[in-house]
Write a protein that binds this ligand. Sequence first.
Ligand SMILES: NC(=O)c1ccc[n+]([C@@H]2O[C@H](COP(=O)([O-])OP(=O)(O)OC[C@H]3O[C@@H](n4cnc5c(N)ncnc54)[C@H](O)[C@@H]3O)[C@@H](O)[C@H]2O)c1
Length: 82
Amino acid sequence: MTILVTGGAGFIGSNFVLDWCAQHNETVINLDALTYAGNLENLATLDGNPAHVFVRGDIGDFDLVARLLAEHKPRAVINFAA
Ligand SMILES: NC(=O)c1ccc[n+]([C@@H]2O[C@H](COP(=O)([O-])OP(=O)(O)OC[C@H]3O[C@@H](n4cnc5c(N)ncnc54)[C@H](O)[C@@H]3O)[C@@H](O)[C@H]2O)c1
């Protein structure tokens, strides 16, 4: 199964993603625009982990979000993007 996390490179989102990956055997699609607040260093320990799929993009990009929903069919969306 899969969840979609938005803003997952930010302060709360990255801690959520790290915690989730440590506790669940479930893929995380992490959609983040990497603004000034986003930092992939927060997620460095997940490098090479196939359960974490990072996508750089804007939650306002309808086509991108529609594609991610159709492709991965997440059972939940958790929004931390702001
Ligand atoms: N940090 C707190 O103490 C706190 C307290 C209460 C509520 N919140 C709320 O929780 C949410 C997350 O807070 P945070 O402290 O992790 O923020 P943050 O600024 O550290 O992280 C936000 C993330 O969202 C990403 N982002 C911004 N706009 C985006 C967009 N259009 N599309 C995709 N990604 C985008 C940024 O790149 C960043 O990685 C916010 O809504 C914030 O208001 C935070």
